[in-house]
Write a protein that binds this ligand. Structure first.
Ligand code: NAP
Length: 287
């Protein structure tokens, strides 16, 4: 039976440091603030915002939400992002995805200031992840996976890691980050011919496919460490990309859903907002 790697424990540890830094910023007259831009009113976006709001509030970080109608033009939306870039009271900006098809994502990601890009969507921050720079914001979820592995002292050097999924949000950046830690990384995707063969060779599995219960016990080597990034709603229940009940019997360690990667992702976001606020303060010599 696997040891459960609690994300809640990791995030509680992070919160101690975040609260201290937020306090320091506030004592210098700075209120760390995140601005979330949302187009339309998707249910999953609203659920994310509600969760983020609660978590940020618990650490003294302000969370503003700017809502726009789906009819907004790309010119107007770009103008709104530029306003946020130039607003000194905003330290981090998140743009909820997906955007309506009428809004060109490439134009949006190129407009956002990398200094406020706390979830790594801008080409320059992404380039930093792929080239291994440390002074850029890494994608929060990918960073959360690494932070969980670090917190539980799981050594990555020379380990075979199977990443299931190749999105720019999770799969690709986390693979680059694992590679920087000297892991031997295999990336699989929907066209992978034999998922079982690839994944069952791994010491560590990172599942980020968005397919409920895709990774089953037959995919997992005895004693492997399994990190489940998936967030899926099935019949009103939150489940991951790993078939927890069967894999738990075979893995040595496993993250739960909920209470795993998702909890830590919000913690990483708060760390990034604190860093963004500190950086801006240093630039204007307030701190
Ligand atoms: P995505 O953009 O839909 O990408 C999914 C990836 O999985 C794609 O690369 C896809 O391959 C691959 N895939 C799909 N079916 C597969 C299969 N049968 N075998 C192997 N690979 C398969 O999703 P995402 O944004 O990366 O998110 C992945 C999951 O993580 C979702 O459940 C999402 O909700 C969750 N998530 C969690 C957090 C968090 O904080 N915990 C944050 C972000 C996302 P192709 O490239 O070939 O299509």
């Amino acid at each position: 039976m696997a040891v459960i790697l609690s994300g809640k424990e990791v995030v509680e540890q992070k919160k101690i440091d975040i609260r201290r830094r937020v306090q320091q910023l506030k004592s210098n007259g700075v209120q760390p603030t995140l601005d979330i831009a949302m187009v339309g009113d998707r249910e999953d976006s609203l659920a994310y915002i509600k969760g983020a709001h609660k978590a940020l509030d618990s650490c003294g970080i302000e969370c503003r939400v700017s809502s726009y109608p789906e009819t907004i033009t790309i010119g107007h939306f770009i103008g709104e992002i530029q306003k946020k870039n130039n607003d000194d009271s905003v330290h981090g900006i998140i743009i909820m995805r997906p955007l309506p098809g009428s809004l060109d994502w490439k134009m949006v990601e190129e407009t956002l200031s990398p200094a406020k890009d706390v979830d790594c969507i801008t080409p320059s921050n992404l380039a930093g992840v792929f080239s291994g720079l440390r002074d850029v914001f890494y994608p929060c979820t990918a960073q959360a996976v690494i932070d969980i592995l670090d917190y539980y002292h799981i050594d990555l050097k020379g380990k075979n890691v199977a990443v299931v999924g190749r999105s720019m949000v999770v799969g690709k950046p986390v693979s680059m980050m694992l590679l920087q830690r000297d892991a031997t990384v295999t990336i699989s995707h929907s066209k992978t011919a034999d998922l079982e063969k690839v994944v069952s060779a791994a010491d560590i599995v990172v599942a980020a496919a968005g397919k409920p219960g895709l990774v089953k016990d037959r995919h997992v080597k005895q004693g492997a460490v399994v990190i489940d990034v998936g967030i899926n709603f099935v019949e009103g229940r939150l489940v991951g990309d790993v078939d927890f009940d069967s894999v738990e019997m075979k893995a040595s360690m496993i993250t739960p859903v909920p209470g795993g990667v998702g909890s830590v992702t919000t913690g990483v976001l708060m760390e990034h907002i604190a860093v963004a606020a500190e950086n801006i303060c240093i630039n204007v010599k307030k701190i």
